[in-house]
Design a protein around this ligand. Structure first.
Ligand code: NAD
Length: 358
């Protein structure tokens, strides 16, 4: 049978920084059949931290890869180093979990995919935001028919504290918000809507960090007409809702992280217009006149239930795939996301929308 063994898999981590620390904490909960054995980081202080936490600190990437007990390697280094490390991991015969964005170009990702295939190893990407509560609330509400057919999904993550110093502000190292958060929001939308993307338009801003985008606005059009508008900001002191969705039968807002929100559905279209133009506080208007509240129904969206802890599904699907189950976070899906990001950079550079078939 597939995916039912009791085997515990052993993990090594290359790049023991902030995100790797999250993986460590999550694995210590022992929710999944993966245990961390040791790490390699170029910084001595991070190797010392690992030893203090009870793990092995290898002296080099090669030493970690030579450890026969290690089945899976997580690559959690800055984005520009993923490809070279990923190829070394696969060449050493280890299954590979790579942090997002898996690579900075489609070409690099295709090389890793070919290597994983050649070696017969599992290769997946940590697109862990597919289980975020706010995203699940939005998907469930649409799938439950609460707003009819969606035609605009606005997805935003907004901060006001700038960007962490270091590689995130360096273009060469794959910094900037499109690679950092955009990759998650694009993956979510493409995971939700299985149609092809036909059009990519992106505006990028470098408000405080000259080399990289610290804010961007990205608009994707899907083949069936759905428009996804994605924004990430690091200098935004008043937030929009996490999701704002327009459907043929209602409007939805979802709050950030927790996944609460509301849907407003019209009980009737209420589009019979008299000859007289209504007077509002801002002057006369028919189309924008306030609606009679008795003509709508408000549905409260509660925090969704039955959600797995962030990162657990990533590991669970990885070990299941090693044991023969179909992989869930597919490199092919990551490739589509990387291609959309390439088109977004192209659009931001040219100032024009890019026609694609992704
Ligand atoms: N999935 C998520 O939600 C999520 C969240 C945060 C970061 N990430 C991703 O995780 C990766 C790491 O991000 P971070 O926030 O942990 O960065 P970080 O700077 O905190 O950690 C990176 C670590 O890698 C080490 N390093 C750099 N080059 C190395 C090399 N060649 N070999 C070994 N170690 C090396 C650094 O010394 C550092 O300790 C990035 O790809 C980032 O996009 C993913």
């Amino acid at each position: 049978m597939v995916g039912v063994s009791e085997k515990i898999y052993t993990l090594g981590i290359i790049g023991y920084g902030g995100m790797a620390g999250n993986h460590r904490k999550q694995l210590e909960k022992k929710n999944v059949r993966v245990r961390l054995k040791g790490v390699y980081d170029i910084k001595e202080e991070r190797r010392v931290a690992a030893v203090e936490q009870g793990y092995i600190a290898y002296g080099s990437v090669d030493a970690l890869l030579a450890d026969e007990e290690i089945d899976i390697v997580l690559v959690a280094t800055p984005n520009d180093s993923h490809k070279a490390l990923a190829l070394r991991v696969l060449d050493a015969g280890k299954h590979l979990l790579c942090e997002k964005p898996v690579t900075m170009t489609a070409e690099e990702l295709i090389e890793i995919m070919a290597k994983a295939k050649e070696k017969g190893l599992i290769f997946t990407v940590d697109q862990n935001r597919r289980v975020n509560r706010d995203f699940i609330t939005m998907c469930r509400a649409i799938e439950g028919g609460l707003i009819g057919k969606p035609y605009v999904i606005e997805s935003r993550v907004e901060g006001s504290r700038g960007m962490p110093e270091g590689w995130r502000t360096s273009k060469a190292q794959g910094g900037g918000m499109l690679f950092d958060w955009g990759v998650h929001l694009i993956d979510q939308i493409m995971y939700f809507c299985k149609e092809k993307v036909t059009d990519v338009y992106c505006k990028m801003f470098s408000v405080y960090y000259p080399e990289v985008d610290d804010n961007f606005r990205l608009t994707l059009t899907f083949e069936g007409g759905l428009v996804a508008h994605i924004e990430v900001s690091t200098n935004n002191f008043i937030k929009h809702p996490r999701f704002y969705v327009l459907g043929t039968e209602g409007t939805m807002v979802v709050d950030e992280w927790v996944g609460t929100g509301k849907v407003i559905q019209p009980l009737s279209r209420d589009d019979k217009w008299g000859v007289e133009i209504a007077q509002n506080k801002v002057g006369p208007s028919k189309t924008m006149a306030p609606r009679d509240p008795s003509t709508v129904r408000e549905i409260t969206l509660s925090e969704p239930e039955g959600i797995e802890d962030n990162l657990d599904p990533t590991y669970r699907q990885l070990v299941d795939a090693i044991e023969g189950a179909p992989l869930k976070i597919l490199p092919e899906q990551a490739l589509r996301v990387v291609r959309v990001m390439e088109a977004a950079f192209q659009s931001a550079e040219s100032g024009e929308a890019v026609k694609v078939c992704i």
